[in-house]
Design a protein around this ligand. Structure first.
Ligand code: SF4
Length: 412
């Protein structure tokens, strides 16, 4: 990681980037497969024989050059650009808030336009720079229908699934803000890895359960890993699920990315409480699905996430059961010191307990890194910025609702 300057926590209040299309009903060209994009162009009268070439031009500008304005597409004829502008958008979401931690973690609260019916929605995206890598944590839903008791997002009701455009836009926007497209400068003082790329990895571990939004997540991740565009390696993309067993095999088969399981407990009674989806898909079913994950090998291990909760799941007996449970699964166990949020009843395990737990697992032959707490000064655990912002911007929301009632859109 190149650390050019130690940043004090900075909070920039919104809107940093206003989206001119916030109330536009124009569909976006971001997040469409090539086939969907071709159909969208044909519908607007682009001649059949030009369609393939136009799709490949657009793909290049959107995903290699990272433009967010049709006028920047200099090899596209002016009348074609005018047609695209009239019918589509490629604008980025609005940045409602951007926070930069003194450890370099960046967190954005983004607002997406309603695209016709409904109201704008807000989601969080977090960037975590480390030595040699920069990981972007992406959200898949607004809120979450699951109610994992240690998770702050679990306290926020599900509003809706994000579209493939909205999932992918989080990556595009982060790359904009980090100067990660060709020809762009890294913002002064940014903590970024020294390599060519600033976003090297993505994890679907933000707000929501990605496997409850399978199709949109699949489309977005296949575009993010497309070799002619954003080109992320599938081995650097991890999808984390709380355990939606019926979709686990498909994830490997149809998307082919790395899998992480939000495990957190090794006994069904406790997991039923911490991760309530366990009542539907108990540990045995979950681990059977993991054993059957396509192309599982020592080089493609499953990551098991385990949040360390004081006196809840952090005993050596738990550690022992954990190693027994994972027998036969090429696995890595990520121990996550609990990051407390306002109103939670849980506490983080003591550091000595976490180390003992890690040592035990390590001696049993599993890699057991302890995740360094990041961005505590900017509430970087998922769901926290959104909750804070909800409290702060009630007036703004009321103004928006008044406008919707006045006929600018339809409330859902
Ligand atoms: S841990 Fe994931 S699945 Fe569980 S409530 Fe939080 S966001 Fe939802």
């Amino acid at each position: 990681m190149s650390v050019s300057a130690a940043l004090a926590p900075v909070e920039i209040k919104a809107p940093l980037v206003a989206n001119p299309d916030l109330f536009s009903a124009k569909p976006s060209l971001i997040g469409l497969t090539r086939e969907m994009m071709a159909n969208a162009l044909k519908e607007k009268g682009v001649p059949e024989k030009q369609v393939r070439m136009r799709v490949s031009q657009l793909w290049h500008w959107l995903y290699i050059r990272g433009v967010s304005d049709f006028d920047a597409m200099t090899n596209v004829a002016k009348d074609m650009r005018e047609m695209l502008k009239a019918h589509f958008t490629i604008a980025r979401p609005e940045i409602v808030e951007e926070q930069v931690s003194n450890d370099g973690t960046r967190k954005w609260l983004l607002r997406f336009p309603p695209r016709g019916a409904g109201r704008p929605v807000e989601v969080e995206t977090v960037y975590i720079p480390e030595e040699g890598r920069g990981t972007l944590c992406i959200s898949s839903q607004v809120g979450c229908s699951l109610t994992c008791s240690f998770c702050h997002t679990g306290t926020q009701k599900l509003v809706r699934n994000l579209t493939s455009e909205e999932i992918l836009a989080q990556l595009l926007l982060a790359r904009d803000r980090l100067g990660d497209f060709p020809g762009a400068d890294t913002p002064p003082g940014a903590f970024v890895p020294t390599g060519e790329r600033k976003v090297t990895n993505i994890v679907m571990m933000g707000m929501g359960e990605p496997l409850y939004n399978f199709e949109s997540v699949k489309t977005a991740l296949l575009i993010a890993t497309d070799g002619d565009g954003l080109s992320l390696s599938k081995r650097r993309v991890t999808l984390s699920t709380s355990g939606v067993v019926p979709e686990i095999y498909r994830t490997g088969e149809e998307i082919g990315v790395m899998l992480a399981i939000s495990l957190h407990a090794v006994r069904d009674e406790l997991r039923d409480m911490l991760v309530p989806i366990n009542k539907k898909y108990p540990l045995k079913d979950l681990l059977d699905a993991c054993r059957a994950y396509p192309s599982l090998s020592n080089a493609r291990r499953i990551t098991f996430e385990y949040v360390m909760l004081k006196d809840v799941n952090d005993s050596l007996e738990d550690a022992k059961l954990l190693t027994q449970l994972l027998k036969g699964i090429p696995a890595k166990i990520n121990l996550i010191p609990f990051n407390p949020w306002p109103g939670t009843n849980y506490q983080c395990s003591d550091w000595a307990t976490i180390e003992k737990f890690a040592d035990f697992i390590n001696q049993a032959g599993y890699a057991s890194p302890i995740r360094t707490p990041r961005g505590r000064d900017i509430l970087a655990a998922c769901g926290q910025l959104k909750s804070e912002s909800e409290r702060m911007r009630k007036t703004e929301r009321l103004a928006f609702e008044a406008m919707m009632i006045a006929g600018h859109g339809e409330d859902d």
